[in-house]
Design a protein around this ligand. Structure first.
Ligand SMILES: CC(C)(COP(=O)(O)OP(=O)(O)OC[C@H]1O[C@@H](n2cnc3c(N)ncnc32)[C@H](O)[C@@H]1OP(=O)(O)O)[C@@H](O)C(=O)NCCC(=O)NCCS
Length: 284
């Protein structure tokens, strides 16, 4: 697969080395991916990790391991494996790539590298005839949500409470591992940016659901780790439980299509009626 070279300035990166998105190649580069993953996720020694052999095996067997390089330096990578939807619609199983993670080095985040990486993953999927990528993310991580929904154009159509158990790892130690399932329909037409939610007369309240025509807006803190540090783990866990319950209720007949930052340290998800959602697919 051809590498994709991005203009250096477009990714806000160094002047002397263009950013190149390409397949990760060989055991040493796979080991670089593992080291980057551990660094970005702040893993402790007993948190468990990836290993280079697994990445190699995935890449050799219909999975994808795609890296973003500045010269020889790995600054981000994403990996995924081929998955099969449980045929709930009578149309037989559909294949998709399940993307287990995407990470960009802390000092390079917010420069457009993650977007280029995901576009590299998309390009490879389409070349193989795959038109859907799914992945899971913590609904409370609102910047990541914004990246998934507003920047990439994925949608959220399912929730898995405590997907990996009641305590996460790294920075999320002690947190329930609730996950939204994002679906990125690669053949769906690009959708227009979602409108910013209108502030209600009394201002926003965290945890509240607001009507916006047929849509529903859910307000939450825009920096979950700060909220947890300031209000303590017990209050944060109670709020997480409430929000997760609200999300589950809304996802019964709705799809999340946007998550934007509001003033005063808040963020808002937008849920639209499922029938109006672009490229809505049966749940995995
Ligand atoms: C999520 C992640 C891969 C995005 O990569 P990135 O290179 O920072 O993303 P881009 O620069 O292409 O896009 C930035 C957009 O995503 C949002 N974003 C998400 N996470 C962000 C972060 N940590 N820092 C800055 N922007 C972030 C920004 O709001 C921005 O949107 P905007 O341009 O409308 O303001 C990267 O931030 C990351 O590695 N985060 C930590 C690991 C993680 O949570 N991975 C996803 C779950 S496995």
């Amino acid at each position: 697969m051809n590498p994709t070279a991005a203009p250096t300035s477009g990714a806000g990166t160094r002047q002397d080395a263009p950013l190149v998105v390409r397949d990760v190649d060989g055991p040493l580069e796979m080991a670089d991916c593992v080291a980057l993953y551990e660094r970005v996720m702040g893993l402790r020694p007993d948190d468990g990790s990836l290993n280079p052999r697994l990445l190699t095996a995935l890449q050799e067997n219909s999975g994808l391991v795609v890296g973003a390089y500045l010269g020889a330096e790995l600054v981000g990578f994403t990996y995924s494996f081929l998955a099969r939807e449980r045929g709930t619609d009578g149309q037989g199983p559909r294949l998709y790539q399940y993307s287990q993670l995407a990470v960009v080095a802390h000092e390079r985040q917010g420069l457009g590298i993650g977007r280029l990486l995901k576009l590299g993953q998309r390009e490879r999927c389409l070349a193989a005839g795959t038109t859907l990528i799914r992945w899971a993310y913590d609904p409370m991580q609102t910047r990541n949500a914004h990246f998934n929904l507003d920047v990439l154009g994925a949608v959220v159509d399912a929730l898995k409470p405590a997907m990996y158990g009641t305590s996460g790892f790294g920075a999320a130690t002690g947190e329930s591992t609730d996950r939204f399932i994002a679906s990125w329909h690669l053949d769906a037409p690009a959708r227009p940016a979602a409108p910013a939610p209108c502030r209600p007369p009394g201002g926003w309240t965290v945890g509240q659901v607001y009507d916006d025509g047929d849509d529903r807006i859910v307000v939450l803190p825009d920096d979950w780790y700060r909220l947890r540090a300031e209000s303590g783990p017990e209050r944060a866990a109670r709020l997480r439980g409430r929000l997760t319950h609200t999300f589950a209720r809304l996802l019964a007949d709705r799809t999340a299509v946007s998550c934007v930052r509001l003033p005063d340290g808040l963020a808002a998800y937008r849920f639209i009626p499922r029938a109006a959602a672009p490229g809505t697919a049966p749940r995995p």
